[in-house]
Design a protein around this ligand. Structure first.
Ligand SMILES: Cc1cc2nc3c(=O)[nH]c(=O)nc-3n(C[C@H](O)[C@H](O)[C@H](O)COP(=O)(O)OP(=O)(O)OC[C@H]3O[C@@H](n4cnc5c(N)ncnc54)[C@H](O)[C@@H]3O)c2cc1C
Ligand code: SF4
Ligand code: SF4
Ligand code: SF4
Length: 369
């Protein structure tokens, strides 16, 4: 029976772990900790003998299962690159934008509306310590607003479900997360992990790739910007830092070395398993692109429309987001091929020749540099 050792050797140590936090959540004995940016069991105890719960909780172990889960949740064959959906539109919070929201403030608005209506009793969000992302539990409007804005960095969001359920008594939780968090929570629910049954709503963010927090702050300081001066970070065609009322943009290639290795094998841009997906690509600045996928997602968003809490217009940049999604899927597949050829014993030169790409690209994908 596979156990923690197998999880470590097949997923954590190979760079396939997305640090979603599910194995930390699932261990009934709380043996796995978030240590040095990874899940880690400090030492083996007798409880670990004949237990495979952490291994079983990891969606990266059986990624093929996600397609079946998608069919179960969304009830139809995959439509195109951005996933199965009911509606797609451009939207923003009506009236004054809530504080430090990243784009149209739609995630914050969805959470506040769902809380006010009793659809949820709390949410797993990502707050910050300086700009360092920190997974946290929001149970009030104020806590939701405090978590607004995008933070770059790996965050084991799902580990917070245990505290949300056991310590805070929550039973109707919304998970906000990157596509990897959403894939993982769908997987846990599908496998019947009891704690996961308290998750009733999922809001997925668009994601081309993530960046290690410390690496980004070092880049910023090399450009003369102290992390305390940063008002907002965002990635579109360039990496943008907003600080002291100014916007500094530089090519994405300058932050390539900050991208975690696991992001290079990721194929999901538009959070295809979420109830609602939200991003900035495809919409003008200050607006969000919203993809409504499930009945639950539709109920929440159309409730906000009825209450006139959001402004909506037809989405303009559908072609762009389809292209970004397709590019990401192709890149993820290619990186997986590179990993596979390495396992088969091919060196970088042979791999490059076999896939018709440069040796430099093979190195970048294998080493994440
Ligand atoms: C790592 C990352 C990469 C992204 N890449 C893209 C992209 O390529 N293209 C694109 O269009 N959009 C991308 N986004 C999404 C975009 O930055 C906004 O989050 C989205 O448009 C929602 O905006 P909003 O104004 O509705 O959010 P807000 O109302 O400001 O709410 C933001 C929500 O995001 C959550 N959050 C913040 N940081 C994280 C994190 N690291 N992990 C999980 N949840 C988090 C917060 O808890 C908060 O609830 C990315 C987001 C992240 C976190
Ligand atoms: S007790 Fe089970 S779930 Fe926890 S670390 Fe050991 S093998 Fe994994
Ligand atoms: S469950 Fe998540 S955090 Fe744990 S090994 Fe798998 S991907 Fe990593
Ligand atoms: S690129 Fe994929 S693995 Fe990386 S943060 Fe985004 S969704 Fe997660």
């Amino acid at each position: 029976m596979p156990s923690y050792e197998d999880l470590e050797s097949k997923i954590i140590d190979t760079g396939k772990c997305t640090v979603c936090g599910a194995c930390i959540l699932a261990c009934p004995n709380s043996h796995i900790r978030y240590t040095d940016g990874k899940p880690k069991r400090p030492k083996r105890t007798l409880d670990c003998v004949s237990c495979n719960i952490c291994y079983d909780a990891c969606y990266r172990v059986r990624e093929g299962r996600l397609a079946d889960i998608e069919a179960i949740i969304l009830g139809s064959e995959k439509q195109e690159s951005i996933g199965v959906h009911r509606r797609i539109l451009t939207a923003r919070i009506k009236g004054q934008k809530a504080g430090a929201c990243q784009d149209g403030g739609i995630v914050t608005a969805l959470l506040i509306y769902s809380l006010d209506q009793g659809i949820i009793d709390g949410a797993l969000v990502v707050g910050r310590d300086g700009w360092m992302p920190v997974a946290s539990i929001a149970k009030t409007r104020e806590e939701i607003i405090a978590s607004a804005g995008t933070k770059y960095g790996v965050v084991p969001v799902l580990k917070e479900i245990r505290e949300a359920v056991i310590d805070h008594g929550l039973s109707k939780i919304c998970v906000v997360g990157s596509p990897c968090h959403i894939q993982s929570i769908r997987y846990l629910k599908n496998r019947g992990l009891p704690l996961a049954s308290s998750v009733k709503l999922t809001i997925g963010l668009f994601c081309r790739e993530n960046y290690y927090y410390h690496c980004i702050t070092e880049k910023a300081s090399s450009k003369g910007i102290n992390v305390d001066q940063i008002d907002k970070l965002n990635v579109a065609d360039e990496f943008n830092i907003y600080a002291n009322g100014k916007k500094l943009s530089f090519p994405i290639t300058e932050v390539k070395s900050c991208v975690p290795k696991h992001c290079l094998i990721c194929e999901d841009f538009a959070s295809e398993l979420a109830d609602i997906s939200v991003g900035s690509d495809g919409s003008p600045e200050g607006w969000s692109t919203v993809i409504i996928r499930t009945e639950e997602g539709e109920a929440v968003f159309s409730g906000m429309e009825r209450e006139e809490l959001v402004e909506t217009v037809a989405v303009g940049g559908l072609v762009d987001i389809r292209e970004i999604a397709e590019r990401k899927r192709e890149k993820g597949k290619q990186t997986k091929d590179i990993f596979k050829l390495k396992e088969e014993g091919l060196d970088k030169k042979e791999t490059a020749a076999k896939l018709g790409i440069t040796e430099g690209r093979v190195s970048h994908r294998l080493e994440g540099m």
